[in-house]
Design a protein around this ligand. Structure first.
Ligand SMILES: CCCCCCCCCCCCC/C=C/[C@@H](O)[C@@H](N)CO[C@@H]1O[C@H](CO)[C@@H](O)[C@H](O)[C@H]1O
Length: 548
């Protein structure tokens, strides 16, 4: 690790080298985003089924009812993974698909169990390690209606029963388990802003309460596995935390430096600090406690762990799953107590972005590769260099035209994975990387308008055909080289990938399943693309005339 000093401001240099032997390369997906089959084979409703069916919640009122039809097409998808020579595949189990009412005591849906069992078997036959997320946001609706979902402490026990069933049925074959995906989003977007299911806006308290129960539920599942299954199954239990990096606007200004640290503690530390050290970050306790007092509350809005709970949650991470997409500049900003309760106001900071940062897709996602290395080193320093799997990293596109030549995604992967390589050289204990995502999918409140996939999915065609974007070829080369062997080689990758994508573009234009295609696809895709070209030409001429 002596080669690198991450505090040096070397934000642009590229490092040629490879990852340690045995480094794991994968792709990810989640049940609601890709499976479809929302009411098939005895599946119960999830909070996302219900939320997406309410008008006005999702862009263009889209739903995940059929999405990529992954439930029916998993064999095809595994073939795509085999072609990429992946070492692992991260997917999630839909809780209501196997427990329709959420409760094991009521009914176990054997058809749902069989689906995941077949998926796992085929992955193993294909030499791909399954990495299974137990909760990627699709809580059984019954549990939301009866108990208020993650607002209620009873969820800890119900989640444990569900996890225990998964260990019982799949644990002989699954060795890497992730309890929760991105609890920050579950808490903040589900219970603070209400942009995600269940769509609640219990500002300033609901998110903290949900997070508290999620942390306890994670710990309970870890203990269940440890006591009941570990000696037989020999697997590992982790959690996947997503976090941005926060960089001080002015590194010489102590208030900015502290604000940036607060940003990360309110994001990653909120969950990681209890699980590694047994309690919430001191800065969260201080800020939320002080503001609660100023608001005339008798107690902090941040729940408290009892001494027994502290020791119960501490040390319950066999590996840390880390999701990372982007970075923010952070500066100190006071929110007066009259501003009202809010997770965002509790932090006393403002987030800024550099307008020069590339921003190809989702509004919140700017490409800032150097932030990744800093975040990884932060984890190493704060939490005793735990074993890390990068469980999500990727970029979206928002385009009118269908373009499989995703130059910006290749650039994003090239630079982010290179920063990961530098972090590994810094001594950060990273065992694997998961590109997000295998397929374009249902992008939560954004519906299908943002595409994160390595494979393009034609959602207008009821057969949901998949088409490789150029980044498939590019990622394949990173995998087969286990990194970036030499400048000469890496420089040729993009060119070669682009050569293949223009033929895939033609394939897409003349969809091989054209017989089954809805007429609208045939008319709209070429028309929209032609229109794009025409409009760009008109705009270009307009600019030219103005200059002259
Ligand atoms: C007083 C000040 C008020 C400020 C209010 C600001 C409101 C901000 C709302 C927050 C929006 C944050 C959006 C970021 C989200 C990502 O961290 C999250 N999407 C990451 O989760 C994964 O994202 C993948 C791509 O979106 C997704 O496909 C995957 O399923 C997620 O696990």
């Amino acid at each position: 690790g002596g080669d690198f000093d991450w505090t040096k401001n070397e934000k642009t240099s590229f490092y040629y080298g490879t990852f340690p032997t045995g480094f794991s390369w994968g792709v990810g997906s989640s049940a609601y985003q890709t499976e479809g089959a929302w009411n098939t084979d005895g599946k119960g409703m999830s909070i996302w089924d219900v939320f997406a069916h309410k008008k006005g919640k999702i862009s263009s009122n889209e739903t995940g009812d059929s999405s990529c039809e992954g439930y029916y097409k998993f064999k095809d998808d595994i073939n795509l993974m085999k072609e990429m020579k992946l070492s692992h595949y991260r997917f999630s189990v839909s809780w209501p698909r196997i427990l329709p009412s959420g409760l094991r005591s009521e009914h176990v849906n054997e058809k749902g169990i069989r689906y995941y069992s077949d998926l796992i078997d085929l992955l193993l036959d294909s030499k791909i390690t399954p990495v299974v997320t137990l909760y990627h946001w699709d809580l059984p609706q019954v549990l939301q209606e009866k108990y208020g979902g993650w607002q209620n402490a009873s969820m800890v026990g119900y989640f444990n029963e569900f996890a225990n069933l998964c260990f019982e049925r799949f644990g002989n074959r699954v060795k890497l388990w992730i309890t929760f995906n991105n609890p920050w989003s579950i808490s903040v977007e589900g219970y603070e802003t209400g942009e995600h299911a269940p769509g609640l806006r219990t500002r300033g308290s609901g998110a903290y309460k949900a997070a508290h129960h999620i942390i306890k539920a994670h710990a309970k599942v870890w203990h269940t596995y440890d006591m009941k299954w570990r000696s037989k199954q020999k697997g590992l239990i982790g959690i996947s935390l997503t976090a941005d990096w926060g960089e001080p606007v002015d590194v010489s200004n102590q208030r900015d430096v502290e604000a940036a640290e607060r940003y990360i503690h309110f994001y990653l530390g909120w969950f990681a600090t209890p699980l590694f050290h047994g309690d919430y970050p001191a800065v969260m306790k201080e800020y939320i406690g002080r503001k609660s007092g100023q608001q005339g509350l008798g107690a902090s809005r941040l729940p408290v762990f009892s001494p027994q709970e502290k020791s119960y949650v501490r040390g319950t991470v066999d590996f840390l799953g880390l999701g990372h997409y982007t970075t923010r500049y952070v500066t100190q900003k006071n929110y007066p107590s009259g501003f009202g309760d809010s997770y965002f106001a509790d932090r006393d900071l403002a987030e800024l972005v550099d307008p020069k940062w590339p921003d190809p897709g989702s509004e919140w996602l700017y490409s800032v590769p150097w932030g990744f290395r800093r975040l990884l080193n932060f984890v190493k320093a704060q939490y005793g260099n735990p074993m890390i799997y990068v469980t999500e990293n990727g970029v979206s596109e928002k385009m009118l035209c269908t373009d499989l030549c995703d130059d910006w995604r290749m650039q994003y992967f090239r630079e982010y994975i290179n920063e990961l390589l530098k972090a590994v050289r810094d001594g950060v204990n990273v065992k694997g990387y998961t590109a997000w995502s295998l397929l374009d999918g249902f992008e939560w409140d954004e519906g299908f308008s943002e595409r994160f996939g390595l494979y393009f999915v034609d959602f207008r065609n009821k057969n949901k055909p998949r088409f490789p974007k150029a980044s498939v070829q590019f990622y394949k080369r990173i995998i087969s080289s286990n990194g970036f062997p030499s400048q000469r080689e890496v420089e040729s990758w993009k060119r070669k990938a682009v050569e293949t994508c223009s033929s895939s573009n033609q394939l897409l234009a003349a969809d091989p399943l054209i017989g089954h295609m809805e007429m609208v696809t045939e008319i709209v895709v070429p028309t929209v693309c032609t229109l794009c070209i025409l409009l760009s030409a008109v705009f270009f001429m307009f600019l030219l005339r103005r200059r002259l």
